[in-house]
Design a protein around this ligand. Structure first.
Ligand SMILES: Nc1ncnc2c1ncn2[C@@H]1O[C@H](COP(=O)(O)OP(=O)(O)OP(=O)(O)O)[C@@H](O)[C@H]1O
Ligand SMILES: [Mg+2]
Length: 410
């Protein structure tokens, strides 16, 4: 296990040294010598462990061989003694020698087989442990059906910590309502638990304590496939699939037949037609630079495709986590307008954004702070209350209203 740990760390570092995404920092920040140093350290530790194991094997082998030698000498000396004393006929002694040789080679292979079995059993044990863990974590099949047309999703005293994390929970006793058919915004500073909350809503994790109710059906007992069916999500770190632009959008609902009409509708909703129009082969452009003919998009262009993917899915609840972080001012306005249009057509939107100007159009805002819900209400109510939301809002507004100093005359 020690060897495997270090060999894997070495592989990880050598991957970092050659992957395109790391190349700019490796060159500009000069990270290569640092990575190489660690790669060497990992390789040396892995090698030292292998050498230690080899020495151990050699030492055991040496001791075993010495005992074998002594036993062989003793056996043949006894045979010789018996033969010389006339206690054993020559033919019987010859047969004994053959028997001893056959016996000891059979014994040898028995020991080798037992050893191999022991080594393999260690790997099989690991595999079985992982199987058991995978079965524990697998999405359960079946469960209670979710209401066809739920009115709201309610978090009741939900507490959640990420597996293996012992510090403060990512969500701490959160009780809130997400009315469906509205725009609900989640606001809060970095690390306040917004992304965690939507991951729980999407069924990616289940609460440690508390319940998430779809009307009166507990999500933890509900059919998880039905739950996923109702969610469309633009995650904060959504996947940039190394496929064509068409597939990158249509993968939002890969089980449905791909129609041009649905595709065009989704691209339109995300304001992504321009992105596609600029591609050398339109929707059939491969978005993977490492293949010949592949093309790379800018961060904002990717983001629009990510939004188009979620729109293509047509889930009942659209979760958008920082959908406009990489968008220019015009595109941002356009995307929020589309999101508003979706909501007025009855779509539920759960919006996470730090651009508080865009939150003004939300029907309900929940403000999180260090994993706890600290405020809830309409944007106007929250501004009037003068709490955390109002404070963050004022901070942002000040940046725009602060007088720009006049340039000094030359
Ligand atoms: N996969 C993870 N494993 C362990 N801890 C995590 C994981 N993701 C988030 N956390 C922790 O949970 C807390 C809440 O994180 P979360 O991503 O929900 O914040 P956020 O409100 O979305 O922040 P941001 O505005 O930066 O996106 C943080 O303290 C973070 O360290
Ligand atoms: Mg987040």
């Amino acid at each position: 296990h020690t060897w495997v740990q270090h060999a894997r760390a070495g592989q990880l570092i050598s991957g970092l040294l050659t992957e395109p995404a790391a190349a700019p920092e490796i060159r500009v920040h000069g990270v290569a010598p640092f990575l190489l140093r660690h790669y060497r350290a990992m390789s040396e530790t892995a090698e030292a462990e292998q050498a230690r194991l080899a020495r151990l094997a050699a030492r055991t082998g040496l001791i075993a061989a010495a005992w074998t030698g002594l036993a062989t000498v003793a056996t043949y000396a006894t045979l010789g003694g018996l033969l010389l004393a006339g206690a054993m006929a020559l033919s019987v002694a010859g047969t004994a020698v053959i028997a001893i040789r056959t016996g000891s080679s059979s014994l040898d292979s028995l020991v080798l087989e037992v050893n191999a079995l022991h080594e393999e059993a260690l790997f099989v044990g690991d595999l079985q442990r992982l199987y058991a863990e995978a079965a524990e974590r697998a999405i359960p099949k079946g469960g209670e059906p979710l209401p066809e047309d739920p009115r709201e999703v309610r978090f009741e005293h939900v507490t959640f910590s990420y597996p293996g994390e012992s510090s403060r929970p990512a969500l701490d006793d959160v009780t809130l309502t997400l009315p469906l058919g509205r725009i609900v915004a989640l606001v809060g500073e970095n690390g306040s638990g917004k992304t965690t909350l939507v991951k729980l809503l999407a069924g990616l994790y289940t609460p440690d304590r508390g319940r998430i109710l779809w009307d009166d059906v507990d999500a933890s007992a509900a059919d998880r496939h039905q739950l996923a069916e109702r969610i469309a999500m633009v995650a904060q770190d959504f996947k940039r699939w190394p496929f064509t632009a068409r597939v990158n959008v249509a993968v939002g609902r890969s089980s449905a037949p791909l129609t041009e009409e649905r595709l065009a509708g989704a691209l339109d909703q995300a304001g992504a037609q321009d992105v596609v129009a600029d591609l050398p082969r339109g929707l059939d452009t491969l978005l993977a630079r490492h293949f010949s003919g592949g093309h790379e998009l800018s961060g904002g262009q990717w983001q629009r495709l990510g939004i188009a993917r979620a729109a293509y899915r047509r889930g009942r609840i659209l979760i958008v986590d920082e959908p406009t972080a990489a968008l220019d001012a015009r595109a941002e306005l356009e995307v929020f307008e589309k999101i508003r249009a979706l909501a007025s057509a009855g779509q539920t939107v759960v919006l996470i954004t730090h651009r508080l100007a865009s939150v003004r159009h939300a029907d309900l805002v929940h403000v999180l702070d260090q994993g706890r819900l600290v405020e809830s209400g309409t944007p106007e109510e929250l501004l009037a209350t003068g709490g955390l939301y109002a404070e963050l809002y004022a901070l942002q507004a000040d940046q725009f209203t602060a007088r720009v100093p006049a340039p000094e005359p030359r």
